[in-house]
Design a protein around this ligand. Sequence first.
Ligand SMILES: *[C@@H]1O[C@H](CO)[C@@H](O)[C@H](O)[C@H]1NC(C)=O
Length: 462
Amino acid sequence: MSPIIRSRNLIFIISVITFLFIFWPRDYGDKKCPLPIMIENKLNSEPGPLVDAIRSTIITDNKGNQKVYLNAKGYITFLNVLKKQHDTMVYNLVKSAEWAFANNSVYSVTLKPQLPPSGDPHDYMSLGRYFWPDPTKPDGLPYIRKDGYPNPEFFTVTDYVYLRQMFREVQNLGFAYFFTRQEKYVEKAMARIKEWFLDEKTKMNPNLNYAGYRKGEASGWKAGVLDFHQVFRMLQAIPLLRYSHLWDSNIEIGLKAWMTEYYNWLTTSKMGRGESRSINNHGTFYDVQALFLLDYLKRYDEAKTFVLQALKTRINNGILPTGQQHYETERPTSWFYSVFNLQGLFLLAERADHYGIDGWNYEGPSGQSIKKAVDFLLPYALNDGEGWPVKNIKGFEMNDYVKILELSYIIYGDDKYLEAIEELRPKTKAEQAAGLKLAKWEDNYLCNIALMSNRLLWTCLY
Ligand SMILES: *[C@@H]1O[C@H](CO)[C@@H](O)[C@H](O)[C@H]1NC(C)=O
């Protein structure tokens, strides 16, 4: 018998392998876990054709039907690539976890060299990224906005850097624990969470009153709420850490209390309310942040209502029928923000999928959709930005957009995405070589299998 595998069987095998790598029971309280929309949509259709290089065998079955099979070479190539991708991903993941493990510096809001107007070092503070001294004032105060031109002074207040590093490292430790069962990663992640949220000496207060602070003002600015959105990294790692016998439930109790207070701040403070009403990527990422918090707090019914409204608001208002995201294209860094808002929309759709709502295919009243927003960017991506209809001062970086295309292929199954990825790959590799973006986990492998299996959108997008 030649080692010929039917394409259907292949899909089955991929699923089994994927589930073996990734499957993890999720805690839905007493809710039944819904089947991911993306997978449900696919159950009703035949698997698509295999790429030509690996499907060259055609055999007539005993009923006289001709079937295309995966040839032997194609099959072993596939297995080989799968294993290599997996090994590379784990290798890089462990490297980043070791890096996080080895850093014994304190990460804390109390380390910033400048106190916020409250005088409390436990209050988080960050500077408005695009704000500069006003040249018409002797002391430059209050600062004024120059969109698209980041002020390097931003990094003099260290809270932002520590916060993001903490979120990312807890994520890396949690994921590395999942694949290696090294308990030391759990211990380190717990130490970081305690240090940032719970220890009296180093903890952050559960508010962002001085985020996005413009020098010369009395408090922060709503746009600073975006600083916290990467909390999803940590919140996605925690379910993995919980499976360790070392995981300390007191930390979880403390963190839940913290997040409850913070969610209250987010949804009732002037800054939080203001950010929720933002019409561009700030609004999208406000929704993403709130949804991950609601999920962590097990407030599933609220999350479901919230995500439905969020999809409508962000897609109906933020995308034109052409697919142009007009609130992003009016910024000087229009390409960057178009991709960034799409990342937020993908996270929203993933959250929606989580609650049984199909955000991937949701259409606004004039046919606006996430897919249209992806497709709007495609011809310009393939043409080095040629013909891009608006001002753009920061170039056309492709790494993040190609990740969007990978996910789009997995979600929508349209071959045009594969062709585009093939064409754009040399460009993304050149960007990576130039240090623009790190493809840390062998491109999008971890994200792709996660999305195809238990739909945790693990660190997919950036
Ligand atoms: C640990 O992280 C901090 C904050 O980014 C950094 O300043 C420090 O150099 C790091 N330490 C090591 C040993 O890498």
